[in-house]
Design a protein around this ligand. Structure first.
Ligand SMILES: Nc1ncnc2c1ncn2[C@@H]1O[C@H](COP(=O)(O)OP(=O)(O)OP(=O)(O)O)[C@@H](O)[C@H]1O
Ligand SMILES: [Mg+2]
Length: 269
């Protein structure tokens, strides 16, 4: 087994540096996925730029989650290409390898360890998958301590650092889970419906958090909450029946007749 200087095992994909010389970090080209003959993704083409914050919107069943499943290796497309930077073919990697390569995903339901403290939850993800007890008894070095402090600051949970995660509000648990993803220093973060169930204040704070992560990370956010999308979006991509219907700024999207017809009209009505 190969280990780094802290004794953490290195899998091969961990050292992958995607080739982003063309400014694009994720390429999804001509991708189709069918479930029992139904095309959840239909010749989809999507390019995510390095460091951008992209919002994906679209009606229920448009294919948003399926797209994330394809990028993260959970679902294999029938046809098409998916690559991380220009060179790394994600269709050749399994889910764990894709995560190790630097594509982190946040699911809707937070999966934090409720009995452990906020700090310990991040500590565990920082140390990788050595097992809970081995990890917690293994002393942190200064660099790791600094990194956890930095993450706690980013996700705004410094004061709650010693609380059991089970005592956090729904919104705080979502932030903790984002913090746990950040421990792996992902290049790309995929976030599916982050503000569902959050209070107005939590939603605002989540907008600030995701905005602050862009730049250093490329962030792809799926969300139905249009006010939230408006507050964070630079570029919005509208999915419809498994394909890209439109792409542009929020105001371009909102004045696009096709989008109004198939999606926004429906929301407003
Ligand atoms: N594992 C599966 N087996 C069969 N059908 C599936 C499967 N996963 C998704 N689908 C179907 O594919 C279509 C796209 O689903 P997907 O979950 O990607 O939509 P979505 O855009 O995320 O919708 P929502 O906004 O409701 O989350 C839907 O019609 C869904 O029923
Ligand atoms: Mg979905």
């Amino acid at each position: 087994m190969i280990v780094d200087k802290t004794g953490t095992p290195i899998t091969e994909t961990e050292n992958i540096q995607p080739d982003t010389r063309h400014g694009v970090i994720l390429y999804v080209e001509d991708v189709s996925v069918s479930f029992d003959g139904f095309k959840a993704l239909n010749d989809m083409n999507l390019y995510i730029n390095d460091g951008e914050l992209r919002c994906l919107i679209g009606a229920n069943g448009a294919g948003k989650t399926t797209l994330m499943d394809v990028i993260t290796g959970k679902t294999r497309p029938d046809t098409g290409k998916v690559s991380f930077g220009q060179q790394v073919d994600l269709l050749q990697l399994d889910e764990a390898e894709i995560a190790n390569a630097g594509i982190g995903r946040k699911f809707q339901k937070p999966t934090v360890f409720e009995q452990l403290s906020v700090f310990e939850n991040i500590e565990l993800s920082l140390k990788g998958n050595k097992g809970i007890w081995a990890s917690l008894f293994h002393k942190l070095n200064g660099e790791q301590n600094d990194r956890i402090a930095e993450i706690l600051h980013t996700i705004n949970l410094i004061q709650e650092r010693n609380y059991p995660a089970g005592r956090l509000s729904h919104g705080q648990k979502q932030w903790l889970e984002i913090g746990m993803l950040l421990a792996a220093k992902p290049r790309v973060l995929l976030v599916d419906e982050p503000v569902a169930g959050m209070t107005g204040q939590e939603t605002e704070r989540t907008a600030e958090l995701l905005t602050s992560l862009a730049g250093e990370h490329s962030v792809v956010v799926v969300e139905h909450d249009m006010a939230f999308v408006r507050s964070i979006a630079r570029t919005v991509t509208v999915l419809h029946q498994g394909s890209v219907l439109a792409e542009g700024t929020m105001s371009e999207i909102q004045s696009n007749p096709e989008v109004i017809q198939v999606y926004l009209g429906e929301e407003q009505g």
